[in-house]
Design a protein around this ligand. Structure first.
Ligand code: PLP
Length: 426
């Protein structure tokens, strides 16, 4: 396999070796491309790395029990990678999951997560959550209408409640002058806290989620300080501070070839949290819901070259998967590509296209060997977050999915066939 040398993604050689080995194995198991190949190993490595940084800063690990210290808990962001084998693998380790929709809650329950290991987030859940008579769920309220409708259920079912705050650091990344639509403004949150306290529900958590790819620990710190001030005004000491996800993705470049995590360091992040928890007397746990940082490295997209064209100075590879169907992220991001088999010789400016009838369908534009030909495979790395949920059925069916963990590699989802593709119509 060969990687174009011009772009610096910074993967460890062992990571590349892992994917080379798994891709070879996957292609011998299933020739049905496009396929996503997912592995638990990179997630386990990320969790261990973050745990090390946090325990190094004095936090109690999720697994051990030292009641004197503030602990932390990783909630798997289900929306980021809603793959059944991932949920199973995560649950088997006794870990917790965060869901934001009826389907995700049903998926978590179907996969056997205990209700006290499920956190329900997201907007407008008063339109569906009341149909679940599930006790002990953790639920973060997003609006006054949610509280009004769900309060009786929260009391009756002993939900462990939280309030999502919209701190000033949370804004629409594409239009930073506008806030996002989520949570309560700090002023409104004080009223919501008082209302929940008067109703005598178990109010335990304050929550925020800023956005994807937060560039530095300092930004989290400002948001946490704002929440601490709100707690002072409301005279409320939460047991849990849920700081959402947003740690920046690794080994992926912007379209302008910059890394997303250049100003972000785990040690600084852990130290920032160590300082910040001092603002919260009585705090028991920091809750983390990282999606991209945790999962992006756990998947690759494998496509096959179907046709090759050359015009106006570029070589065009038309593949059986691409942006429109499998990798919307390529609109904003550049990912490293490996080639199978390894092709050598001179590189030439190449555009990798998917098979749909959209000029938009461009997975990448980069230098690749001229010797690549129809029948070869391309491996688009770091496709483990927000690829499955943003997959489309545009002219073609969904991709196959293979899953790898300690027990080996297996086909987790067949490539969608025509009966399934068309059979949904009445
Ligand atoms: C409430 C909440 N938590 C966690 C996440 C995961 O975010 P990220 O993938 O940026 O870590 C999201 C993503 O949208 C979210 O909305």
């Amino acid at each position: 396999m060969k990687t174009p040398a011009s772009l610096k993604f910074g993967h460890a050689p062992e990571t590349i070796e892992l994917w080379k080995r798994l891709v070879r194995e996957a292609l011998s198991l299933s020739s049905a491309t496009p396929l996503y190949l997912l592995s638990s190993q990179p997630i386990a490595e990320r969790v261990a790395e973050l745990d090390k940084a946090l325990t190094g800063a004095g936090f109690k690990s999720e697994i051990t029990d030292r009641p004197t210290k503030v602990g932390f808990r990783h909630w798997l962001s289900c929306k980021t990678q809603p793959a059944a084998p991932l949920l199973r693998w995560w649950r088997e380790q006794g870990r917790s999951i965060e869901v934001v929709s009826e389907f995700e809650l049903r998926a978590a329950l179907t996969e056997g997560f205990a209700p006290e290991k499920i956190l329900v987030n997201g907007p407008a859940k008063h339109h569906w959550l009341s149909q679940f008579a599930v006790r002990e769920l953790a639920v973060n309220f997003d609006s006054p209408a949610e509280i009004a409708k769900l309060l009786p259920f929260a009391k009756k079912l002993n939900w462990r409640c939280g309030v999502r705050i919209n701190p000033s650091e949370e804004f629409d990344p594409e239009n930073p002058q506008f806030p996002t639509q989520f949570g309560f403004t700090p002023d409104a949150a004080v009223g919501a806290i008082k209302k929940l306290q008067r109703a005598k529900v178990q109010l335990e958590t304050l929550h925020f989620h800023l956005r994807s790819n937060v560039s530095s620990a300092q930004i989290f710190q400002c948001a946490i300080a704002e929440i601490a001030e709100l707690c002072r005004v409301a005279k409320f000491n939460p047991l849990h501070l849920d700081i959402g996800g947003g740690m920046p993705v690794r080994h992926v470049l912007t379209r302008g070839s910059k890394v997303f995590d250049g100003e972000f360091g785990l040690r600084a992040y852990a130290e920032m949290l160590r300082q910040s928890v001092k603002l919260f007397p009585g705090l028991r746990e920091i809750w983390l819901e990282n999606g991209r940082w945790l999962s992006a490295g756990s998947g690759v997209l494998v496509v096959k070259i179907l046709d090759v064209k050359e015009r106006r100075g570029v070589r065009q590879l038309i593949c059986d998967g691409g942006r429109t169907m499998n990798a919307l992220m390529s609109l904003w991001e550049q990912h490293r590509i490996l080639t199978v088999p390894e092709r050598s010789g001179a590189d030439v400016l190449t555009v990798v296209h998917g098979p749909t009838c959209m000029a938009f369908d461009q997975l990448a534009r980069l230098a690749l060997p001229r010797s690549l030909k129809a029948g070869d495979h391309l491996v688009w790395l770091d496709a483990g977050a927000y690829h499955l949920p943003w997959e489309t059925r545009f002219s073609h069916g969904h991709a196959a999915v293979l899953w790898h963990d300690e027990s080996g590699l297996k086909l987790a989802r067949e490539r969608q066939d025509f009966d399934n593709f068309w059979g949904v119509w009445k």
